[in-house]
Design a protein around this ligand. Sequence first.
Ligand SMILES: [Zn+2]
Length: 334
Amino acid sequence: MNDRQKLVLITTTLAMVCALLLAAVVVVRIMDANGTLDALIVSHAVAPSRTAATSTPTMPTATETRPDLTRTSTAAPTASKTPEPTATQTFTPTATPNADGQEAVVIGYSVQDRPIEVYRFGSGPVHRLIYAGIHGGYEYNTVDLAYQLIDYLRLNLELIPEDITLFIVPVLNVDGFVNGRGQYNGRANARGVDLNRNWDLNWVADWDKSGCWNYVPIHGGTAPFSEPETLALSQFMVEEQIEAVISYHSAALGIFHGGQPDPHPPSVSLAEAVAAVSPYSYPGLSYGCSATGMSAHWATAQDIAAVDIELTNHSDTDFEINLRILNAFLTWKR
Ligand SMILES: [Zn+2]
């Protein structure tokens, strides 16, 4: 190759490189103008991890542990369902042999396909249930409390009496919890339904909001148990023959026993037992709102002793108080 040939080769190469660069700039500008550049960059950036993700199991399953699922509001659980979600709608104790509190079992899925989990402690014939987060992220401290109790019980299994099986559902409104921690719009589920107004007892779709919680629009659903969250929990309570429940709320209104229109004596007895070891107001404070479609009242209609407990505020878990309440709940004799 002589000098002239070398010059031609170098010139040609430089020209081709310039042409390619120019073409790239033009393409990018066109895509930017079309609003597709960001999408292109994003899809390219996430493509490798998507590929990687498909090779590892990412779906929360019955053995999903809670830190990934619910502890951080930004850690939205992946929304994909297991292939046959109906197969996991029914709680099967045999799925968690000898795993007190260690493994959650999925009892259903939220509107946005997040798993609703239950933890079990003990194996006695008397089945009791604590559920929190029925009002999602708006009452997130109830969820925090539930996980504190779960953590505590894992280390103190001897607290569970021989005759008791205790179930804990740490967060029923899992979509509201993930979507709106500490926010008004975290109260309802993903369809704007207040999950404590959707139960099949004195249910209405809408109600006079005077005296009621009304920071954002909420409603009772299209029918009793129209929501997958309430359907899953109610079915679980029936199938597991739950005989007493505590539902946690916040804030500040005190302790309420279930029973509508008349008080349900076992619920009154349970409310008195937990009130005796706590500073919470009992009876609870009246706020003049009609109580429709509420879980505690539905529970009493199934002869389940039911108590709602409101934490002191919207952030603290009142752990020491509720450890005493837990003990009272576990040792209460119906
Ligand atoms: Zn509440």
